[in-house]
Design a protein around this ligand. Sequence first.
Ligand code: FES
Length: 138
Amino acid sequence: MYSEKVLDHFENPRNMGEIENASGMGTVGNAKCGDIMRMYLDIDDEGVIRDVKFKTFGCGAAIATSSMATELVKGKTVQEALKVTNKAVMEALDGLPPVKVHCSLLAEEAIHAALWDYAQKNGIVIEGLEKPKEDIND
Ligand code: FES
C-alpha cells in the first residue's frame, strides 16, 4: 500500500530536528486526525533556504511527507520553495494512498507557514504566498 520511498522516508527521516533562531518557523495541524507538523527554515540574505528541519507528531505518511518536503526545499529560493506543493511531495514519494493525501497537505501548509513567518519577521512580501489558514506557532 505504501511505496518504497514512503517507507524509506518514514524509517529514515531526513532533516528531523529543529533550528535555533530559525529565519522562519511554521506549525500546522489537522483538526480531524490531530496530527501536528512544524517546519524550521534557515534562509540566507539572498533568499536561499540553507537549512531546513522538521518535527512531526503524526502518522507515518506525515513523517514521510515532512521528510521529503525538507529535501525538496533545501537549497531552493523562497520563490522556488513556494512551488513545492503537496502534489510535488507526493510525486517525489511515488504516491500516497488516497486516505493519506491530507498528510501531504500538512507538509505544504507547514512550508507556507514557515515562509509566512520569515516574511513577517523581515517585513517583506513573498509574491503568491497567502496567509496560513491557521498558525499554531504559539
Ligand atoms: Fe493525519 Fe496523516 S493521518 S497527517
